[in-house]
Each structure stands twice: as C-alpha cells, then as structure tokens.
Design a protein around this ligand. Structure first.
Ligand code: NAG
Length: 395
C-alpha cells in the first residue's frame, strides 16, 4: 500500500522527471511543448506562480528601457552581461555543484516574481501555541492572492527532498547542520533558489505590500532580487558590533527562482558543511560562528562577490569595483544590475540609529522584531526559541 505521503512524493517525483525531460528541449530554437508553463511578463495563470496582479500592466511597454533616474531611486552603473543559455544535458553527475544548480533551477530575469510568501517555524499557525499570529497575519493581510506557507521543520525535510532530489549534496548538508538556526538560515536560500517569492522570518511584520517595495517605474522584468540593509555602522569601532561594515539582512528577501546570488550561497554553505562534516568540525558551531557560516556575513559576502563577478557584469564598462562605500548612508533604493538594494529604513525601520527612519515612514516595509541580531548573545534568537540542541559532535 502506498501511504498518502509516499503517493504524493511519487507523484511529485514523476512531475520532476517529466519536467527535466521536457525542459532539456526548451533551449532548442523551435518552441517545444512545455508541460509546466513558463511565466513571462504579461502572461498569467501559471498554477504555482501567480501574477503580480496590479504591477505589470503599466510596465510592459517600457520593459526594455533602463529606468529613468529619479529622486527615490538611484542606479549604480553596472552593465549586465547577457545570461548564457544552458546547454541541454541529462547526465548531471559530471557537473560541479554550481552547474547542477544552474541546470536544475534556471534563472530568467524576465519571469515574474512568484507570488509566494515562505516562512518557517517549529509549529504551524493552526497550533494553539503558535506565538506569531499577528506577524503572520500581517503578511496575509498585505498580500491578497499570494500563497503564504509557514513550513514546519518536519515538513521542510520532505519538501526539500522533493525540490533537491537531484542534488543530493544539498540534502546531505541540510541534514548535517547541527542547529535549528543553521537549518532555518539554509532553508530560506534553498526555498528561494528553487521556487522564488518572498522569504521572511516568522517574527517579522509586513508593514507594506511587497508590491510597493520597488518603485513602480522600475520594470520587474529587469530585476530578480530585492534585499535590505541590516546595519551600516558609521563608527570607528564598528568591528566590535558587526561582522561587516555594511551588512545585508537575510530576515526578509524577495527573489526570482534561480537567482545567481542564491545559487552561490547554497554552494558555499553546502561545501562548507560537508567539509566540516568530514573533518568532524560541525558540532563546534557556536553562536558567533552562525553569522559567518549561514547568516548575514556569508550572505553579505556573496552579494558583494556577485556585484563584482565578471561572469555576470561587464567590468570594463562599469565604474569600478563595488563595496560597502557604494551603499553607506544611502536614503533611496539603489539598483545594481538586477538587484535592488533598499535603504536601511526598508527592512530595518525604527532601530533609532544608522540613519534608519521610523516604522511609519513610507519607505518602511517590514519590521523585524529582534534588534541586534548581529550580537552573539542575542544573535540566534531563532535557535534559542526553537530550543535548539547541539549534541556536541555532529555524529
Ligand atoms: C563605487 O564607489 C566608488 C567610490 O567609493 C566609486 O569609485 C565607484 O565608481 C563606485 N562603483 C560603481 C560601479 O558605481
């Protein structure tokens, strides 16, 4: 007898196999029938990628033009290279992890931002002991028509097994991570790489709809990642408090599936995890190490590396390297290639420092409950709340 779970898994597996078979034809010049509709701007009705209902209508016409400069948005000139098309190939065993992920989760900047909201927590909102009802409700209220999922830890394992069935290293790394907070960090990158949409920590309020996060005149077909600034400590002793001079936050992220930044962060965490597992170092991750291992430090590094990556940007035609100086003190969102960086007020309003404005500012979009997530002692609130246990050694 097939148990219901097994039946679902089998069905999903068949779909993935079908998808793989058919998608290998899709880079041939003649249009091939695709079993899963590919959502392009202006089309609608994909089963799992609901359209941004009132966003695209006005922007189709100027989708090819660069956004005009304006007072509330500035672009850093960074010329994007055309994205290389993947060659069809079915034998993935010879590919690097990076190439496997590229093949498995192709990135199309012109696709829509899928209307998903992903969150994780140890219990689901139907549980009477669920602690974040108001926060969770704020996401639903602000995003009618979005699919909003709070994935519990138990479900996450099965879900990832389906999504990453063909990339077993990733599953091995996820299973090996010894703390709930590490898994929670990793999960956000994994789900966004595979499905796209919005990830937000469960202890975060949605103040404004994601449809308002990016200025309306910027074509959604020209961007694939929306990030915010967690910290911009303009003080000489910043190293005592923060891991990076500019730190991008990872409690809220919006992405299209397959974005290269997500691919890179998944590769780094997977490889580092498996390396530590092999050498028996995994159990020694202490609070302060989480920031570097899976948290905002590695996230920030990956983003800056992307901004300076000649595979994606034409460095000859761009105005020099990009580092924290290009984002410090910024008051308007900034576009770098296909990435929108929101000013600190966007995802960190009301912190009372670093130039962040209050939560009633029109550019305040989400409110993360816990301050000072960069401080080791407060850092891993999720780990603590989830009563995460380390067993000392990984195995
Ligand atoms: C980033 O800022 C530096 C100044 O700190 C500037 O020289 C450089 O041109 C900027 N990079 C881009 C790509 O705009």
């Amino acid at each position: 007898m097939l148990s219901p779970r097994r039946a679902v898994a089998t069905a999903a597996f068949c779909l993935i196999v079908l998808y793989l078979i058919f998608s290998s034809h899709s880079s041939s010049p003649a249009p091939a029938p695709a079993p899963i509709p590919i959502v392009k701007p202006g089309t609608s009705d994909a089963p799992d990628t609901q359209p941004e209902t009132h966003q695209d209508n006005g922007h189709k016409a100027n989708a090819e033009q660069p956004p005009p400069p304006s007072s509330d948005e500035t672009a850093i000139q960074r010329i994007r290279k055309p994205v290389e098309k993947q060659q069809p190939m079915m034998d993935m065993s010879q590919l690097s992890l990076y190439d496997k992920l590229t093949y498995q989760f192709p990135y199309d900047v012109e696709s829509k931002f899928p209307a998903y909201i992903w969150q994780t927590w140890k219990r689901n909102p139907q549980d009477p002991k669920f602690e974040f009802g108001d926060q969770e409700q704020s996401w639903t209220d602000q995003h009618p028509g979005f699919v909003h999922e709070v994935i519990t830890d138990d479900v996450a394992v099965h879900f990832l097994r389906l999504l990453y069935a063909s990339v077993p290293q990733v599953l091995e790394a996820y299973a090996a991570l010894p703390l709930p907070v590490l898994k929670a960090d990793f999960f956000r990158y994994l789900i966004l790489l595979a499905r796209g949409g919005i990830y937000s920590d469960i202890d975060t309020y949605a103040i404004r709809s994601a449809l308002d996060w990016v200025p309306g005149r910027i074509p959604r077909s020209s961007i694939g990642l929306v990030i915010g600034i967690e910290a911009d400590p303009d003080r000489p002793d910043w190293k005592d408090w923060y891991s990076r001079r500019i730190q991008f936050c990872q409690w809220t992220i919006q992405a299209k599936p397959g974005h290269p930044v997500l691919r890179d962060v998944v590769v780094r965490i997977t490889e580092e995890t498996l390396k530590r597992k092999k050498s028996g170092q995994l159990g020694r991750v202490v609070d302060a190490g989480v920031v570097e291992f899976t948290g905002p430090a590695v996230w920030t590094d990956v983003i800056f590396d992307y901004f300076n990556d000649p595979r994606y940007f034409d460095m000859e035609q761009s105005a020099g390297a990009i580092d924290w100086r290009n984002f410090t003190g910024m008051e308007a969102s900034r576009k770098v290639g296909d990435v929108i960086v929101l000013p600190i007020t966007g995802f960190s309003p009301g912190v009372g420092q670093m130039g962040a404005k209050d939560i009633d500012d029109p550019t305040a979009f989400v409110k993360h409950e816990f301050q000072g997530t960069w401080k080791p002692e407060e850092l891993r609130h999720i780990g603590e709340i989830q009563e995460g246990k380390t067993d000392g050694e990984a195995r």
